[in-house]
Design a protein around this ligand. Structure first.
Ligand code: PAP
Length: 319
């Protein structure tokens, strides 16, 4: 991939491969979804996923943040970045005060598609929405730490729906009808969906490898954020010292990365960022906002599907 002829070869084999995949109309963005290894992806991401599968080299010291879109990426990126970089920056000097969390922690599949051989080893944190079963082999072999965050499917759907609608409106495109998007989500056709398969893949892996995969829930973190930030720091190998506990460093990190703080920073209120503007990553940041969007029938249906899909897995998520 680092020489032009390899680029051409990759493009050719990728185009051949994608032409054989099942395809579905997406939620309105003029790029279809393609079903790759059981999950629905837009070609832009898919190209990065395939490229990463072929050549991404994880290091044992890496920390991979994995999750579905709209389940807490921005929040967890900022928390992990703040924990890992706290020897260099505090809550008045952190790059998080002037950069979007997505700028300081890149996405493996986006950055890998563009810069396949480049790695910034300074901050060993990367994020991905890739399902567990499709992770590049080197992530599993390197023994690096994986942090997975899951969010209840009703809030995840509503967040995704609003995000999608905002993007389409900004592109002067017709947003997908709520009921149509809901039908597709229930069928498993959403970006990196089916939702339940994604969650269960990481859940089962976290039971098998509890020392390598930390499974978190957005709602539990919201409930007791300091406790979970301490757990997170411990798990990724950056535990807080007793001195840091005494001077309330975990509390300061929680505050700096809170929705209230981040969403009010100039950089995160800004409309820069092209198709996806910075401010689109910050909407309400609440648990239970689905109540303002879904009918009780829709909520019951999603709950029923979730109960069926998770039954027997031992995973109980917040409805
Ligand atoms: P991404 O996967 O596309 O990067 P992601 O950050 O997971 O998006 O999702 C955005 C959601 O996280 C939004 O939820 P909402 O639509 O229900 O409001 C956003 O508001 C929320 N969010 C962003 N930052 C934070 C934060 N610091 N704490 C809690 N929630 C947050």
């Amino acid at each position: 991939m680092d020489s032009p002829s390899k680029d051409v070869e990759f493009e050719k084999s990728f185009n051949e491969m994608i032409s054989t995949l099942p395809k579905r109309k997406s939620w309105g963005i003029p790029e279809d979804y393609f079903q790759y290894q059981g999950f629905w992806l837009h070609p832009t991401y898919l190209k990065g996923v395939v490229s990463a599968q072929q050549q991404f080299q994880a290091q044992s010291t890496d920390i991979m943040l994995c999750n579905l879109p709209k389940t807490g990426t921005t929040w967890l990126k900022s928390l992990i970045f703040a924990i890992v970089t706290r020897a260099s920056f505090d809550d008045s000097t952190s790059p998080l005060l002037s950069k979007l969390p997505h700028e300081v922690v890149p996405f493996m599949e986006l950055y890998h598609a563009d810069f396949p051989t480049y790695r910034d080893h300074g901050v060993p944190v990367l994020a991905t929405h890739v399902p567990y079963s499709s992770l590049p082999r080197s992530i599993l072999d390197s023994g690096c730490k994986i942090v997975y965050v899951c969010r209840n499917p009703k809030d995840s759907f509503v967040s995704l729906y609003h995000f999608n609608t905002t993007i389409l409106t900004s592109m002067n495109l017709q947003p997908l009808d709520l009921y149509e998007a809901f039908e597709m989500f229930c069928e498993g056709v959403s970006v990196y969906g089916p939702y339940w398969d994604h969650v269960l893949g990481y859940w089962k892996a976290s039971l098998e490898h509890p020392d390598k995969i930390l499974f978190l829930q957005y709602e539990e973190m919201k409930d007791d954020n300091v406790l979970y930030v301490k757990k997170l720091a411990e798990f990724i190998g950056y535990p807080f010292t007793s001195d840091e506990h005494r001077t309330e460093v975990p509390e300061k990190i929680v505050k700096m990365c809170s929705f209230e703080n981040l969403s009010n920073l100039e950089v995160n209120r800004s409309e820069k960022g092209g198709m996806i503007q910075n401010n689109m990553y910050f909407r309400k940041g609440k648990v239970g906002d689905w109540m303002n969007c879904l009918t009780s029938e829709m909520a019951e249906r999603l709950d029923r599907i979730t109960q069926q899909k998770l039954s027997g897995s031992g995973l109980s998520i917040h409805f």
